[in-house]
Write a protein that binds this ligand. Sequence first.
Ligand code: ATP
Length: 779
Amino acid sequence: MAVTLEAASVQHGLSQEQTAAVTASDRLLRVDAVPGSGKTRVLIARIAHLIQERGVSPRQILAITFTRKAAGQLQARIAASLGERAASQVVSGTFHSTAASVLRNHISLLPSCGRNRRFQILDQADSIGTMTSILKEQGRGPLERRLSAGNISEATFKAALKDSNRQAVSNGRILQGSISSLKGALTSHFGLNGHQAIKRLRDHSVRHDNPSLVTSMSEEMLRHLAGAFDAYNQRLQGLNQFDYDDLMAGIVALLTDRPELLARYQRAYTHVLVDEFQDTNAAQYNMVHQLVGQEGNLFVVGDPDQAIYGWRGANADYMQHMLNRDFPGLVTIRLRDNYRSTPQILAAASWSLAGQDPTKSDLLPFHPQSSGGLPVEVKAAEDGKEEAEWVVETIQALIKDEGYQPRDCAVLFRRHMQGRLFEQAMVLAGLPYILLGGEPFWGRREVKDVMAYLNLLANLHNNAALVRIINMPKRALGDKALSGLQSWAKLQGKSLGACLFGDFPSTVPSRTLLEESLPPVVQLMQRRSPDRPLQERALMELRAIAAEQLPALPSAKDIGLTPAAYKAASEFRCQMAVIRLQAEICEAGELIEVVTDVIDLEEYIKSGTYSKQGDPLERWDRVRLLKTLVKEFQGAGSLETWEDETLLEYTPEPQKRLEGMSPLQDFVNDAALFSPDDMAEKRETNAVRLCTIHASKGLEFPVVFVVGCEEGNLPLLRGNETPNDAEVEEEIRCAYVALTRAEKRLYITHAAERYVFGVLHGQYPSHLVELIEASQGLC
Ligand SMILES: Nc1ncnc2c1ncn2[C@@H]1O[C@H](COP(=O)(O)OP(=O)(O)OP(=O)(O)O)[C@@H](O)[C@H]1O
């Protein structure tokens, strides 16, 4: 088929070098591109080109992006250029969402993972939470035994328990991180216990002379890790849950163990395109390698100089070297034109990356596409406070004198905690701002709490969700009551959810019966009547039905509760039962309203009882935004694209929605796949962006302040450890990412002293400052 270069470049506004990448006829292509060279534009134009010029069916295209947000943008831009129909047929998603879809369809072919197709997905915070609660339980058991044997007093027990819980919180994060690294380093960990997993990795490290996590640990630490690995995996398996590492290991194992399935996927998705390829880890690379196979088409885009996720297992080596090894004939196209920044900004960025005059290094040069521009400005401040004030004053001057808007400006810092001083300065100056990337929408406490209710409704055995909300809002079910309840559940050999709620609501009337028997109440609840007294009456009536249907609770003494806690537990059961009755009859979006109504969350948040920190109105706004997201999700539907006809023989019941999966379960699973980099904040707000460098990746701003450019801070030195070369290089790349976000104006600031964890430290300018000044001809 004739390839119309001009048509492609005109339609997508492509340059000559971009057009060459978009229209290249090679089967295996790697686009190695500098920042601001239009990688996203090229990827989208390539998809359009494949469909329009090469006659590839949109259904044969699998596009993998780094975040859900990027996948959404990709869909929107394909829709704009090729129409909604084509856009909806192209399969796009992140590595995790793609893996989850494949696993859900074919999980029965991977019995070693011990899950069924209704598995739930734990996001990173919940994975850490699970590890922490295991450690808390492990710490509590021996203490309880000593207390009941009369070896320690109640007061000693309480103090020791507090201590043990505190340790569990810090160790939970560390251990989950180690388990994640261990899983990430193995091709598949399913069917292995902790000792076997460690041994396998150790043998591999020795054989390949490649130091890894396990080679640097003492025997005692390894024993500890092996035990935690087993307890954590057993817990997840028992609850039919996967963490992110399991998803990737699962798909790799599935495609490896089932060549016939792999062959079908290879035939179904003949064109695989991957964005931000420099950030892939072992399992992700493996997945791409398998899917493309010997005959598939591969198009990867990335920039090894922007690889900043080594700390979570990513390795630019896959892009730079492994592709050559595994895909003979791979063709590399380089994009060097930068459309974003002034020549001065690009000079600053390339000097800091090269560590010297870049013309004397082997760094590939930028080709700036703009001319003019002002030199990069460096500000030396006395301390952190003065630095923040100077940034705010400069932004105010840029707005007043040069017509910039607050939204044009971004303040980028290496560490999240640096944002606080800037927030304060912005508040004092009355300058609107939003904090990006610090605490992502999905990590917000109120969002997590409401999601925990939904998670529990989707799976009443989900202990992490139950523990999270049993005392939210406060209902006299604190730590002590919870531990009493958990001991009771343990004695029963069931999950706490099963003990509290029994089989409810399978024992209650079906939806139809409910609607028939209680039409006024149900209709009222469904319409979400604004009439408060009427709603309260409806709730009371539902409560009465729920109370009737719930299995009886043993006496307070039998379940280890005080009378007050027993009353609270009974009330909690009733509230959950009311919500679960409603879950039978309303959409997932409405269910959030039911949850918030039944627990009266609006009042709880707005009264300030929920939290003394943060703005209660903003918290409530986020809960409302969550409702919108659920409603949007209901309109979307993401799994069916994978249920391609050629694959149906592997799905016993080819339905739009998988058997047994309610819309609610679909939603809670999908929500777990949002990465911390996916921000649901309103992007159009006219406010200054305060942002960690990691969260700024892929973004661009007319005016950028890169702050805190001091030795040990940017590049960052963690603790007192001596960093290895790879860590130092990654930190330099981090600074490079920050500098290359700027379009027109770039400011670098550093302070002579600043508080770090409450202690005032003298600071030295980062060596990058000198390089940046040299790049501007100032030295
Ligand atoms: N051919 C072009 N002509 C004019 N502007 C372009 C062209 N290609 C890209 N741009 C613009 O250049 C800017 C950078 O593009 P984009 O954000 O896609 O770059 P990128 O390669 O993904 O950058 P980074 O890796 O730094 O995130 C955008 O504002 C984009 O609209």
